[in-house]
Design a protein around this ligand. Structure first.
Ligand SMILES: Cc1cc2nc3c(=O)[nH]c(=O)nc-3n(C[C@H](O)[C@H](O)[C@H](O)COP(=O)(O)OP(=O)(O)OC[C@H]3O[C@@H](n4cnc5c(N)ncnc54)[C@H](O)[C@@H]3O)c2cc1C
Length: 287
């Protein structure tokens, strides 16, 4: 066996070469950069944390902050459309969100702190694929869809199909999440609660009744197992304890699965009480 004549130099921690940074101002240029292999980011509140130690740094990044097409909220054909790079704080203070979908404003306001919400985006929250995402639980309950684009095309899937499992999403290399679409926002009356001991929720419940199906309660339990779990039952009925207990529960850094199972029964009951109160309040103004 021959020994190598040169010993490779170890790069000291903190002196690794910086990734190449691309800062496009159009969606087309952002898609080209993503297609060329640049890793997308908006706030970096998840991505840059991953660089600290255990994840290899990408060779190139594409910053989505300047891409106007990925920002803002609008109503389009009875859907509330949110640009994926819209910061959480902008969602929270958007007049259209406040008027048409106040539950989204309420839940976004529960996320992290002002620094996280100012830098972090709605798309980044979903693309990170965390099971402990408040927005994931709520958007599944609201039957939201997400739009992904790549150079030369786009596709739309339900948010339930997009989230494949804890930290796994249906996002192909070169694709960007561009929009989140909530159908008929004004027809949904909703309530949301969560149990949270540290930075992220350990259990969350979103309950929704739609004008088209006024006798059905759609309940989604999030952060319990690897994916949000949906159950439906008639409006006004008592929650079926055994149905809630049979769902999947995974321990996390804050609570064991056994605790979550017991807490879920109580949290569902309380969220449905909140929903009943919302339903008896006056109708929201049309948006
Ligand atoms: C201290 C703290 C507390 C938090 N508390 C909560 C909480 O209570 N509830 C909750 O739900 N969340 C919470 N979060 C999560 C927070 O919402 C996310 O960190 C934030 O929204 C991510 O957005 P970002 O733009 O910074 O994502 P980035 O870090 O920029 O990106 C995250 C991931 O998504 C990818 N990505 C980003 N945008 C796109 C895109 N448009 N297309 C394709 N891929 C993309 C990136 O490549 C990366 O893999 C917390 C985070 C922190 C740091």
């Amino acid at each position: 066996m021959s020994l190598p004549t040169t010993i490779p130099q170890r790069v000291p921690v903190g002196q690794e070469p910086l990734p190449r940074l691309v800062r496009p101002e159009s969606l087309r240029d952002a898609l080209d950069a993503a297609w060329a292999g640049c890793t997308p980011y908006r706030g970096g509140t998840v991505l840059f944390g991953e660089f600290e130690g255990w994840q290899p740094q990408p060779a190139a990044l594409v910053d989505l902050k300047r891409v106007a097409e990925l920002h803002g909220v609008r109503l389009q054909q009875d859907e509330l459309v949110l640009g994926a790079a819209t910061p959480l704080q902008a969602v929270l203070s958007d007049p259209l969100v406040n008027r048409c979908l106040p539950i989204l404003q309420q839940v976004t306001g529960m996320i992290g702190n002002i620094r996280v919400r100012t830098a972090g985006s709605i798309g980044g929250n979903l693309c990170a694929g965390e099971r402990s995402s408040d927005l994931l639980t709520l958007l599944v309950a609201l039957d939201a869809r997400v739009v992904m684009a790549r150079s030369g095309g786009s596709r739309t899937v339900t948010i339930s199909d997009f989230h494949l499992g804890h930290r796994q999403v249906d996002l192909q290399p070169g694709e960007l999440l561009t929009e989140i679409k909530v159908p008929a926002p004004n027809e949904a009356r909703a309530a949301y609660r969560k149990v949270q001991f540290t930075g992220r929720p350990s259990l969350s419940v979103a309950a929704v009744v739609r004008a088209g199906q006024p006798d059905i309660q759609h309940v989604v339990i999030g952060a319990a197992g690897d994916r949000p779990q949906s159950i439906t039952w008639p409006l006004g009925d008592q929650p079926a304890t055994e149905v809630i207990r049979e769902l999947a529960y995974a321990s996390d850094h804050a609570f064991g699965a056994k605790y979550k199972r017991a807490a879920a029964v109580v949290l569902v009951e309380r969220t449905l009480q909140d929903l009943a109160a919302v339903l008896t309040a006056s109708e929201p103004p049309p948006c």
